[in-house]
Structures are given as structure tokens and as C-alpha cells.
Design a protein around this ligand. Sequence first.
Ligand code: MG
Ligand code: MG
Length: 259
Amino acid sequence: MVRPKTEEEIELLRINGDLVSRTLAEVGKLVAPGVTTAKLNEVAETFIRDHGAVPSFKGFDGFPAALCMSVNDVVVHGFPSDRPLEEGDIVSVDCGTLYKGYNGDSAYTFPVGEVDAETRKLLDVTKASLYKGIEAAVAGNRTGDIGYAVQSYAESFGFSVVRELEGHGVGKQMHEDPGIPNYGRKGHGARLVDGMTICIEPMICAGGRGVYLARNGWAVHTADHKNAAHYELTVVVRKGRAQQLSTFDYIEKDGSIKF
Ligand code: MG
Ligand code: MG
């Protein structure tokens, strides 16, 4: 049985959610052809530490960086690198913070310069599928209702859903129960209760849903090397409607940034 969070815990998760959201926006301002993901990682780590928090991914199971930077056919868990981003790439930036003993965790896939229409659609549909999942994250529903909402939406556009990885509860630990799959059946899975804090994170492929793990043991690639997108928000389950503890508003509502 998953313990719902207290209001004090939810407030600390909200502070972390706000910081990861602002960190993603700082990174997003710099995403452009010619920039390296190593540079973006450095900016994010400095920003997180300047706010008195710790980048929680760094050292997690040996992960070497503050951000997961997953370019094109890398679904998640890519390492930042010295390869400059190129026009038409997409990059999933996944950010985690630890502040006052609680975790923040969110991700956004940025287009690099202009991307082709099919890629733009993949980004839009993946992000919309996340919001469909959030709509289903209400007290009394089950995790399968979230998975069903994400899957049915993404697949209706001909895209496919990665099944090997999923969202999760979040609190003092970065990954807590329950798992939040991005596919599933209505009415199945763990019951959602008021005060439960979860990360919903669809990973959606332009082609088939098969994936493999790179030899470094981290980067997850699509088997057909077509693009994959990944968006993640933290929410608290409530009766009627979940509340977001992280947001893309800093990325999308600043007039200078258009993603
Ligand atoms: Mg994440
Ligand atoms: Mg996560």
C-alpha cells in the first residue's frame, strides 16, 4: 500500500518541481544547432546548485551527469556528450533535483532549430499524451487508467509506446511505488489515492516500440533507430483533478521561447 504524502511533503515536492521546471527552461533557452549537450548539462548543474539543491541524477546508480540527454533515437538515459546538436535533431532533457530530502523529476523534448513535420507531430502527440495521462490521474482511478489514456491517444496517431520503462511514485526516493506504465487497461493496476505523488512520463516512438540498451548500460535506443520523444511531469493525485507539481510554463509561456 502506497502512503499518501502529507501537505508538508507535497510542498517540498512542489518546490523541487518548480526548480526542475525552471532548470529545463534555462536549458531550453540554449538549445540550438552547434551547442553540445555537455554544455547544457553544465549550465543545468550550476543552476541547480545555485538554488541550494543537488542534481539527483548525478551518481544515481553511477549515472555520470546532472541531466539525461537523449538525442533522436535515444529514448531516455543518454549521457551528455561533446557532439554538437544539429538542425533537425530532437533532444529529450530529463532533470532531477534533490532539495530538503525530496525529489523533483521532469523531462521535455526540445526540437533543435527546424524539425520535419513528422517529428513535430511526434513531439506534439507525446506531450498531449502526457496531459491525457494527467487527466486520468484522479483519486479512485487505477494506474491502468493512466496507461490506457496515454497509449490510446498516442497509438491513434500511428505512434508506438515503449513498454520497458515507466513512470513512478516520487518522494524521498526518486523512484517509488507505484509504477506508472504508459500502456494498460482501464480499471487495472494500483489504485490512485488522494495525496499520492507520481511522475507520468510517456516515451513514444515514431516507428516500432522495440528498444535496446546500449553497451554503456544506460542509453535506451529505438531498435529501428527512428526518433522517440519523452515528456515528464510530477503531479499529486487529487479527487476530481490532479495538481501539477512541475510545469512546462517556464519553457512555453516566456515570449522569447517557442517550442
Ligand atoms: Mg525523469
Ligand atoms: Mg521519472
